[in-house]
Design a protein around this ligand. Sequence first.
Ligand SMILES: Nc1ncnc2c1ncn2[C@@H]1O[C@H](COP(=O)(O)OP(=O)(O)OP(=O)(O)O)[C@@H](O)[C@H]1O
Ligand SMILES: [Mg+2]
Length: 319
Amino acid sequence: MAQEGLIKKRRTIENHILAIGGGKGGTGKSLITACLGICLADRGSEVLLIDADLGTANLHTFFGLEPPQIGLSDFITRRKSSIDSIIIKTGINNLKLIPGAQDMIGMANLSYGQKIRTLNNIKKLNYRHILIDLGPGTSFNTLDFFLISHCGILITSPEPTSIENTYHFMKSLFLRHLRKTITQKALKSLIDKGVGQGDGEKFDSVFDLLEAIEKIDPKLGDNIACHLSTLDIKLIVNQARTDRDRAIGQKMAIAARKYFGIPIDFLGTVSYDTKVRKDLLQRKPIEAYFPHSEVFKELAEITQKISPSYQLGLDFSVD
Ligand SMILES: Nc1ncnc2c1ncn2[C@@H]1O[C@H](COP(=O)(O)OP(=O)(O)OP(=O)(O)O)[C@@H](O)[C@H]1O
Ligand SMILES: [Mg+2]
């Protein structure tokens, strides 16, 4: 029964799967995935990066690699039967890459079967850390990649639109989570009303929705609240330029707990570095300036805070 599986027990994790997402485009998800990968590999772990931005896959460019001939889309469409056969070298010790799709297969177009097979095969890969770089947006597929991970890292920039998109991502994640755990029809119709302001049909907040669920099934309401408190969701504010920017992360973590009931672990702030931007525009591989850039120093510190703890979401069996 789905409810019984809601409270996850601490378990020994052989590989640690981290998904990097956050809704808004251009906030630095791919740059941070690449840099965290380098920092983790530098500490001696075997690390695999997966470019799951199937719309505009570009993680390879951060390593100065030409568009690869093979990628995740080949596995998804069964042109390649083994996921190991689409893993390529990055040129950095201990760090490998599954490039994204070269034939623009849309994340939204993934069938249920393709998704299950891909996610299950990722789970079986034998790497200490697996970092999944997600594209922008809140499609079900993006949310599901986030939810099967042991840890999800949200990347926001300090701009109001990016902060707003990150909150929207959190809310979508929460609703997707509920849809995947709750099987009762009466409760599903409550979730389908949605959460948001300014529409009489919707619940004003996540707490209001939880309250309505609790009224129908108090035990389930309790279980959901309990499970939410074990989610491992982290936040990084990237491209900070001012002290005000540096204060945003902590405030967002507090607001997320207050309005969504989701505990967010604020990992830290990463500065905006014009040299990083310039070098990447010239397609220089990022390790060229490792470890001198402030961005890397900050991410090296953040790396120390990333450790396996709870599984973020559910076993991938309900759609
Ligand atoms: N801290 C930073 N300092 C300077 N430039 C940065 C920083 N973070 C990201 N950038 C630049 O911002 C641009 C977007 O970064 P990136 O591609 O990593 O974003 P993204 O969130 O993955 O975008 P998308 O949603 O399109 O996948 C890149 O040119 C990158 O070099
Ligand atoms: Mg990207």
